[in-house]
Ligand binder design. Sequence first.
Ligand code: ASP
Ligand code: MG
Length: 425
Amino acid sequence: MSKPLIVQKYGGTSVGTLERIEHVADRIVKTRKSGIDILVVVSAMAGETNKLLEMARSLSQNPARREVDLLLSSGERISAALLALALQTRGIPALSMTGRQIGMQTDSTHTRARITNIDTQRARKLLEENHVLVVAGFQGINAEGDVTTLGRGGSDTSAVALAVALGARQCEIYTDVDGVYTADPRMVPQARRLDVVSYDEMLEMASLGAKVLQIRCVEFAHKYKMPLIVKSSFTEEDKGTLICEEDPKMEQPVVSGIMCDKNQAKITLKEVPDQPGIAANIFEPLASASISVDMIIQNVSEQGHTDLSFTLAREELDEAMVIMNKVAKNIHATQVIADAKIVKISIVGAGMRSHSGVAAKIFKTLSANDINILMISTSEIKVSCIVEQKHSRLAVNALHDAFDMASKPAKKSAKKKTAKKVRVV
Ligand code: ASP
Ligand code: MG
């Protein structure tokens, strides 16, 4: 029987300088001493990918994606080779590997390719021979043998995919924060690190703008039930956040996290005729322009007319307004109003499935603070409210207090279970 395998992924800040790379190498030496096989996935050194992209853009207005992929993949190769050297200096038989060498096969969608298969034969052999593999993340090759990349933040996905393909017992994501928090600590000083978050919660959080993990990486981990652990490579403390399946035997916290998405804007069409087909007339042109719409609200119709509002990402507001002004003329709406000064505040918690009253408590808390709610949407484990941007800090802090998110859930047994899960999976 071969030894247990752990995949560790180090993000751009963790390998941002030669000193940081040496520090990561020291960490790996320590983990290795506990008799575990390790495969390391690295990102490019912090800022490197952006720098390379800028260089491409300074030579070409619309750089060919195929060339961009080859260019960007070099960032990860640099950190992989440097880390392998640092490990070899420490007596560890390390080998750096590109996407091709590790067998990462993808489709041909350059700059956002999807993994199609991982040929693990060579990796298995090298691990068996006791090597530590240091893999350049974010990249693969297509059927023609051309280099592809997996989309920004794609090294997270490389790491989970390799963990799954090689049957690792867990995938550790090292970054500059020590886990997933109840709220952004820059906004909420009382924010607390969560010990455990379910895949479903993490997916909601990632799609609401939590930047710790790429959404695809969480989807992948969820699909194959690969436990993910988010940790900091900047502290010696070994604590982090475990992202795993909900434990059906345990009661879930009603709310786990609160997010504030500032990348929001709202468009309102006034006095839209209330007839079949109108909504399609409005949203089809947006879909054709690849603009995704988030919340939609249509008021009760008065004398055959209704106001209709929807939200979208702020950077798409200008383009959407051009389209909406045309649409409004065609459908005889009287006015189109844009509002970029809004935010989306969302509360996420797996326990909402079995608890009622969360939405009511949110509304009560916001009204007690004189904050007007502009729009509301809910899913099974999430309630989102659109409010004016000027209220964001107050709203987030008031809700964090109202749901007592700064204190750990009271359940003592919950803690024991968590600790056990982190160790063996
Ligand atoms: N270097 C790539 C990026 O900056 C991939 C990654 O870091 O995960 O997006
Ligand atoms: Mg990243």
